[in-house]
Ligand binder design. Structure first.
Ligand code: KG4
Ligand code: ZN
Length: 370
């Protein structure tokens, strides 16, 4: 770890985890996460208002915990990065407001960064600098995309995406049908280990010869699994939960890995990065490894804790922005719940500065913690 690499704090509040990470260049120094997932569990999904309130309560203590864990002072930071989108608007706003307040108070540059690009960039903390271009399969609760990133700070190109449900959403919905609670991914992953992935032949969406090669569809699979379970219940038969979990999971990861490997081959990229909460899935990791090896592709997947939402990923992308001299964001930075994946960060207009006091005074009244 070189002392001249940028020291960056990253804040993530796009969904239900309040994440604060600190990195120096590509080295992870702290990864503090406070989750409100248990509070949402009884509603069967994330309740935006509850998430925002939990972020507000957790924000300052989590920042303090991260600084302590990293053993650095806020004054030594070279920048503050924050997820400015995509995500839940109210939840994002808490992180963005906090980041602005810290950036202004400390006189540090602010970087509003993209949540999806952060899920990719985090792998630098585990496996070193990303190759350029990087092929990334991004699979989370809100997104499933294949992305080609020649430069993760400035050039991210979508090759395909889900046309209906995201992969994580499908896990969460099937878990609900099986009464397994929320979030569904981890519990299906666990149960599937004891089930037979070949027990039930569930459909593989969008894999026909005339289908878009890099798009995904999981809603047909979801309906098919739900109907299968309903039929069993209607017949008074016991539902073989482990076999259903394993067969459903196999259908999802079969399509994800098949299309990702194909994209690498078509684009002549010899490595694949998998990121997002669903990348924590043990079967996805194993099958991707198997298929990549067979195709001569190097697989990069961060450890599970760095796959689900966290602040370290935001800090990782922020540090890359600093290292590449990308323009910081303005203090007018706002949360953008539908920030496109093609915008890795939200650059400011060069004429505003963190020390433009009158200007900032206005922002602090209107936006900070309001
Ligand atoms: O990236 P993430 O933490 O939040 C979003 O940005 O959406 O992803 C959360 C999603 C949830 O749908 C959750 O069920 C899924 O990731 N997930 C998993 C696993 N762990 C989390 N899905 C499958 N297997 C897992 N082990
Ligand atoms: Zn995420």
């Amino acid at each position: 770890m070189a002392a001249d690499e940028p020291l960056v704090l990253g804040i993530e509040t796009s969904c239900d985890e309040t994440g604060v990470g600190i990195v120096r260049g590509t080295t992870l120094l702290a990864d503090a996460v406070a989750s409100s997932v248990d509070t949402h569990a009884r509603f069967g999904g994330v309740v935006p208002e509850i998430a925002s309130r939990a972020h507000l309560e957790a924000m300052v203590p989590t920042i303090e915990r991260a600084l302590k864990e990293a053993g650095v002072s806020a004054r030594d930071l070279d920048g503050i990065a924050v997820t400015s989108g995509p995500g839940l608007a109210g939840a994002l706003l808490v992180g963005v407001s906090a980041a602005k307040a810290y950036a202004y108070a400390l006189g540090k540059p602010l970087y509003g960064v993209n949540h999806l690009a952060s899920h990719i960039c985090v792998d630098q903390l585990e496996h070193g600098p990303l190759p350029e271009p990087t092929m990334a399969l991004l699979v989370s609760g809100g997104h499933s995309s294949l992305l080609l990133a020649p430069d993760i700070t400035a050039d991210v190109r979508p090759l395909g995406a889900t046309i209906d449900d995201a992969a994580g959403e499908a896990f969460d919905k099937i878990a609900r049908v099986l009464d397994l609670g929320f979030p569904g991914g981890p519990v299906i992953d666990r149960l599937a280990r004891e089930g037979d992935p070949k027990a039930i032949a569930f459909p593989r969406g969008l894999t026909g010869p005339r289908d878009a090669p890099y798009d995904f569809s999981f809603s047909g699979l979801k309906t098919s699994v739900a109907r299968w379970i309903e039929a069993k219940r209607a017949a008074g038969e016991e539902v073989p939960v482990r076999d259903v979990a394993a067969s459903f999971q196999e259908a999802v990861v079969d399509v994800l890995t098949r299309k990702a490997v194909r994209a690498c081959k078509d684009e002549g990229v010899d490595h694949l990065m998998i990121g997002g909460g669903v990348a924590a899935n043990s079967r996805l990791r194993a099958l991707a490894q198997e298929r990549c090896e067979r195709a001569g592709i190097r697989l990069r997947v961060p450890r599970p804790k760095l796959c689900t939402d966290n602040g370290a990923m935001v800090a990782a992308l922020g540090a890359e922005m600093v290292a590449r001299n990308r323009l910081p964001s303005d203090l007018e930075l706002s949360a953008d719940s539908s920030l496109p994946v093609t915008e890795p960060h939200v650059p400011g207009t060069a004429h505003t500065h963190a020390h433009d006091h009158d200007h900032v005074h206005e922002i602090s009244k209107d936006n900070l913690y309001s």
